[in-house]
Write a protein that binds this ligand. Sequence first.
Ligand code: MLT
Length: 271
Amino acid sequence: MTETIRIEHKDFPQLTARRFGSGAQAIVLLHGFPADGRLWEEVVPVLGRDCTVVVPDFPGTGGSRLPEGDLSMEIMAGAVKVVLESQGIGEVVVAGHSMGGYAALAFAALYPRDVKGLSMVHSTAKADTEEKKEQRRKAIALIRKGGKEAFVKQMIPGLFSSDTRAQRPELLQRLTERALELPDESLVKFYEAMIIRPDRTEMLSSAAFPVQWVLGKEDTAVPLQSGLAQTSLTEVAFVSVYEHTGHMSMLERPEKLAADLERFTQYCYNR
Ligand code: MLT
């Protein structure tokens, strides 16, 4: 069963999320960029069989509106906290895809006692390099000049493996169409928030919770070697490397990802 959640809060004009399942083990799925909570739609039916699954739309996506002022990973993590509190959920496994992983790390830094486990799905604990920051500033300038469509169409193909690009063009099309629904201002604010996010490797190396790393062999956004190098940061790490997969396993390998997230969640609750 799916329940749609709508919240008004003093810090957020409107937040939306979806809730699936009613299991005792809870997992929150944080989407990446440029997307909204629908990104996880093929993963939740499997995960929701045994777990309570909460899928927020970050402010500025789906039905969630941007707050006044700048955005940061901490503000996005605060929105996640508000959604979870509205559902009476304290401890939770936090899974974040890429930008969602950056926000998941901020959540773990702000609310460490709430985190049963952290799943980094094609994500990194490192801050942007100077080169990456410069690329983002150029993209922001392009979007501000009305170039959102050019920006989105140029970025989406690179998020998928060569097999997916050749055999499943409908996945690229779906992601493109949904990305184009996002307001220009949201894309700009997310990129600005990513530019200023801190390195969280130190926080991770002293974390008390287990960490999962899901890596795509053909991911060019979070290259395999960079992901693998971070798997030794924590005492306990679940590591999955997906063949023929780029940056988008929730679309390219949804059943495998759901099974891996479920296994990790069970471990976090039963250890
Ligand atoms: C994402 O998928 O969320 C983006 O690739 C994150 C980023 O640009 O760093």
